[in-house]
Write a protein that binds this ligand. Structure first.
Ligand code: G4P
Ligand code: NA
Ligand code: NA
Length: 190
Protein backbone atom coordinates (compact mmCIF):
# COMPACT_ATOMS: atom_id res chain seq x y z
CA UNK A 1 0.00 0.00 0.00
CA UNK A 2 1.89 3.02 -1.29
CA UNK A 3 0.13 5.69 0.78
CA UNK A 4 0.98 3.80 3.95
CA UNK A 5 4.61 3.28 2.97
CA UNK A 6 4.94 6.97 2.16
CA UNK A 7 3.43 7.87 5.53
CA UNK A 8 5.89 5.58 7.29
CA UNK A 9 8.81 7.11 5.37
CA UNK A 10 7.69 10.67 6.07
CA UNK A 11 6.31 10.45 9.60
CA UNK A 12 7.69 7.25 11.13
CA UNK A 13 10.57 7.48 13.60
CA UNK A 14 13.09 4.68 13.85
CA UNK A 15 13.71 4.34 17.59
CA UNK A 16 16.09 1.40 17.38
CA UNK A 17 16.94 -1.52 15.08
CA UNK A 18 13.71 -3.14 16.25
CA UNK A 19 11.17 -0.41 16.97
CA UNK A 20 9.39 2.00 14.65
CA UNK A 21 7.41 4.79 16.26
CA UNK A 22 4.27 5.72 14.35
CA UNK A 23 2.49 7.89 16.90
CA UNK A 24 1.94 10.50 14.17
CA UNK A 25 -0.74 8.50 12.36
CA UNK A 26 -1.47 5.17 14.07
CA UNK A 27 -0.56 4.82 17.76
CA UNK A 28 -1.48 8.23 19.19
CA UNK A 29 -2.69 10.67 16.54
CA UNK A 30 -4.83 8.93 13.93
CA UNK A 31 -5.07 9.88 10.26
CA UNK A 32 -8.68 9.08 9.30
CA UNK A 33 -8.35 9.21 5.48
CA UNK A 34 -5.33 6.90 5.63
CA UNK A 35 -7.20 4.65 8.04
CA UNK A 36 -10.13 4.52 5.61
CA UNK A 37 -7.78 3.40 2.81
CA UNK A 38 -6.37 0.76 5.13
CA UNK A 39 -9.87 -0.53 5.85
CA UNK A 40 -10.68 -0.64 2.13
CA UNK A 41 -7.52 -2.59 1.39
CA UNK A 42 -8.22 -5.19 4.07
CA UNK A 43 -11.78 -5.51 2.75
CA UNK A 44 -10.46 -6.05 -0.81
CA UNK A 45 -7.98 -8.70 0.30
CA UNK A 46 -10.53 -10.64 2.34
CA UNK A 47 -13.58 -10.13 0.09
CA UNK A 48 -15.56 -13.30 -0.57
CA UNK A 49 -14.34 -15.03 2.59
CA UNK A 50 -17.70 -14.79 4.33
CA UNK A 51 -16.30 -12.91 7.30
CA UNK A 52 -18.87 -12.38 10.06
CA UNK A 53 -16.75 -10.63 12.73
CA UNK A 54 -13.54 -8.69 13.03
CA UNK A 55 -11.49 -9.19 16.17
CA UNK A 56 -8.71 -6.88 17.34
CA UNK A 57 -6.94 -5.85 20.55
CA UNK A 58 -7.23 -2.52 22.31
CA UNK A 59 -6.02 0.16 21.79
CA UNK A 60 -4.22 0.65 18.49
CA UNK A 61 -5.90 -2.15 16.57
CA UNK A 62 -9.29 -0.51 16.93
CA UNK A 63 -8.99 2.24 14.30
CA UNK A 64 -7.94 0.00 11.37
CA UNK A 65 -10.35 -2.71 12.53
CA UNK A 66 -13.31 -0.34 12.57
CA UNK A 67 -12.52 0.91 9.08
CA UNK A 68 -12.29 -2.68 7.79
CA UNK A 69 -15.55 -3.52 9.57
CA UNK A 70 -17.25 -0.56 7.95
CA UNK A 71 -16.16 -1.75 4.50
CA UNK A 72 -17.03 -5.40 5.09
CA UNK A 73 -20.27 -4.55 6.88
CA UNK A 74 -19.52 -6.62 9.98
CA UNK A 75 -19.19 -5.88 13.72
CA UNK A 76 -15.80 -5.25 15.31
CA UNK A 77 -14.86 -6.69 18.69
CA UNK A 78 -11.79 -5.51 20.57
CA UNK A 79 -10.27 -7.77 23.18
CA UNK A 80 -9.60 -5.95 26.43
CA UNK A 81 -6.34 -6.04 28.39
CA UNK A 82 -6.27 -6.67 32.13
CA UNK A 83 -3.40 -7.19 34.56
CA UNK A 84 -5.31 -9.64 36.70
CA UNK A 85 -8.69 -11.25 36.51
CA UNK A 86 -11.12 -12.61 39.06
CA UNK A 87 -14.55 -12.98 37.49
CA UNK A 88 -14.05 -14.82 34.21
CA UNK A 89 -17.25 -16.88 33.94
CA UNK A 90 -18.65 -15.17 30.88
CA UNK A 91 -15.31 -14.37 29.26
CA UNK A 92 -12.87 -16.02 26.92
CA UNK A 93 -9.38 -15.26 28.28
CA UNK A 94 -5.84 -15.68 27.00
CA UNK A 95 -2.43 -14.63 28.28
CA UNK A 96 -0.19 -12.46 26.12
CA UNK A 97 3.44 -11.64 26.82
CA UNK A 98 4.76 -8.40 25.33
CA UNK A 99 8.47 -8.44 24.48
CA UNK A 100 8.36 -4.71 23.82
CA UNK A 101 6.88 -3.86 27.20
CA UNK A 102 8.08 -6.95 29.10
CA UNK A 103 4.74 -7.47 30.78
CA UNK A 104 2.24 -10.27 30.62
CA UNK A 105 -1.40 -9.35 30.38
CA UNK A 106 -4.67 -11.18 30.18
CA UNK A 107 -6.86 -10.40 27.24
CA UNK A 108 -10.57 -11.04 27.35
CA UNK A 109 -13.60 -11.16 25.08
CA UNK A 110 -17.18 -11.63 26.25
CA UNK A 111 -18.66 -15.00 25.30
CA UNK A 112 -21.71 -13.05 24.21
CA UNK A 113 -19.98 -11.56 21.17
CA UNK A 114 -18.13 -14.46 19.58
CA UNK A 115 -19.22 -18.03 19.03
CA UNK A 116 -19.46 -21.13 16.90
CA UNK A 117 -20.28 -20.34 13.30
CA UNK A 118 -18.40 -17.05 13.30
CA UNK A 119 -15.84 -16.50 10.55
CA UNK A 120 -13.27 -14.17 12.05
CA UNK A 121 -10.75 -11.77 10.57
CA UNK A 122 -8.06 -10.66 13.05
CA UNK A 123 -6.72 -7.14 12.57
CA UNK A 124 -3.78 -5.53 14.38
CA UNK A 125 -1.57 -2.51 13.96
CA UNK A 126 1.78 -4.34 14.25
CA UNK A 127 3.05 -7.85 13.75
CA UNK A 128 6.32 -8.38 15.61
CA UNK A 129 6.71 -11.66 17.47
CA UNK A 130 3.07 -12.54 17.04
CA UNK A 131 2.23 -13.02 20.71
CA UNK A 132 -0.81 -10.74 20.57
CA UNK A 133 -2.05 -12.55 17.45
CA UNK A 134 -1.58 -15.96 19.08
CA UNK A 135 -3.58 -14.80 22.11
CA UNK A 136 -6.40 -13.64 19.86
CA UNK A 137 -6.28 -16.93 17.94
CA UNK A 138 -6.56 -18.80 21.24
CA UNK A 139 -9.77 -16.88 21.92
CA UNK A 140 -11.17 -17.61 18.44
CA UNK A 141 -10.52 -21.31 19.08
CA UNK A 142 -12.15 -21.22 22.52
CA UNK A 143 -15.22 -19.74 20.84
CA UNK A 144 -15.30 -22.58 18.30
CA UNK A 145 -15.17 -19.96 15.56
CA UNK A 146 -13.17 -20.16 12.31
CA UNK A 147 -10.14 -17.93 11.75
CA UNK A 148 -10.17 -16.71 8.15
CA UNK A 149 -6.88 -14.81 8.37
CA UNK A 150 -4.93 -11.92 9.81
CA UNK A 151 -4.78 -8.37 8.52
CA UNK A 152 -1.75 -6.45 9.76
CA UNK A 153 -1.04 -2.77 9.12
CA UNK A 154 2.75 -2.91 9.66
CA UNK A 155 4.75 -6.14 9.70
CA UNK A 156 8.36 -6.33 10.84
CA UNK A 157 9.55 -9.25 8.76
CA UNK A 158 12.78 -9.57 10.77
CA UNK A 159 10.82 -10.75 13.79
CA UNK A 160 9.25 -14.18 14.12
CA UNK A 161 5.51 -13.45 13.98
CA UNK A 162 4.66 -14.37 10.38
CA UNK A 163 6.71 -17.57 10.42
CA UNK A 164 4.94 -18.72 13.56
CA UNK A 165 1.47 -17.92 12.19
CA UNK A 166 2.12 -19.47 8.77
CA UNK A 167 3.51 -22.59 10.42
CA UNK A 168 0.10 -22.95 12.04
CA UNK A 169 -1.54 -22.60 8.61
CA UNK A 170 -2.91 -19.08 8.87
CA UNK A 171 -3.10 -16.53 6.07
CA UNK A 172 -1.30 -13.27 6.93
CA UNK A 173 -1.90 -10.10 4.88
CA UNK A 174 0.29 -7.12 5.79
CA UNK A 175 -0.11 -3.70 4.17
CA UNK A 176 3.47 -2.58 4.80
CA UNK A 177 6.28 -5.10 5.23
CA UNK A 178 9.45 -3.78 6.82
CA UNK A 179 12.63 -5.67 5.99
CA UNK A 180 14.88 -3.77 8.38
CA UNK A 181 15.25 -0.69 10.55
CA UNK A 182 19.02 -0.72 10.80
CA UNK A 183 21.00 2.51 10.53
CA UNK A 184 17.95 4.56 11.46
CA UNK A 185 16.40 3.84 8.08
CA UNK A 186 13.21 2.03 7.10
CA UNK A 187 13.70 -0.55 4.35
CA UNK A 188 10.61 -2.23 2.93
CA UNK A 189 10.35 -5.72 1.45
CA UNK A 190 10.42 -5.37 -2.39
P1 G4P B 1 3.93 -9.18 19.39
O1 G4P B 1 2.53 -8.98 19.87
O2 G4P B 1 4.00 -9.27 17.89
O3 G4P B 1 4.63 -10.33 20.07
O4 G4P B 1 4.75 -7.91 19.73
P2 G4P B 1 5.13 -7.26 21.11
O5 G4P B 1 4.65 -8.10 22.23
O6 G4P B 1 6.55 -6.91 21.02
O7 G4P B 1 4.21 -5.97 21.01
C1 G4P B 1 3.76 -5.28 22.16
C2 G4P B 1 3.13 -3.97 21.76
O8 G4P B 1 4.05 -3.20 21.00
C3 G4P B 1 1.88 -4.08 20.91
O9 G4P B 1 1.10 -2.95 21.17
C4 G4P B 1 2.46 -3.99 19.49
O10 G4P B 1 1.49 -3.55 18.56
C5 G4P B 1 3.52 -2.97 19.69
N1 G4P B 1 4.66 -3.02 18.78
C6 G4P B 1 5.48 -4.05 18.48
N2 G4P B 1 6.49 -3.64 17.68
C7 G4P B 1 6.28 -2.31 17.49
C8 G4P B 1 6.98 -1.30 16.76
O11 G4P B 1 8.02 -1.50 16.11
N3 G4P B 1 6.44 -0.05 16.81
C9 G4P B 1 5.32 0.25 17.51
N4 G4P B 1 4.88 1.51 17.47
N5 G4P B 1 4.63 -0.66 18.20
C10 G4P B 1 5.12 -1.92 18.18
P3 G4P B 1 0.19 -2.87 22.44
O12 G4P B 1 0.96 -3.11 23.69
O13 G4P B 1 -0.92 -3.82 22.20
O14 G4P B 1 -0.23 -1.39 22.53
P4 G4P B 1 -1.38 -0.52 21.86
O15 G4P B 1 -0.65 0.46 21.02
O16 G4P B 1 -2.24 -1.41 21.00
O17 G4P B 1 -2.13 0.06 22.98
NA1 NA C 1 0.69 -0.83 19.60
NA1 NA D 1 -1.20 -3.59 18.88
Amino acid sequence: MDALKEKIRNEGLVLSDKVLKVDAFLNHRIDPPLMREIGEEFARRFAGEGISKILTLEASGIAPAVMAGLELGVPVIFARKHHSLTLTDNLYTARVYSFTKQVESNITVSRQYLGEGDRVLLIDDFLANGKAALGLIDIVQQAGATLVGLGIVIEKTFQAGRAELEAQGYRVESLARIASLTGGEVRFVD
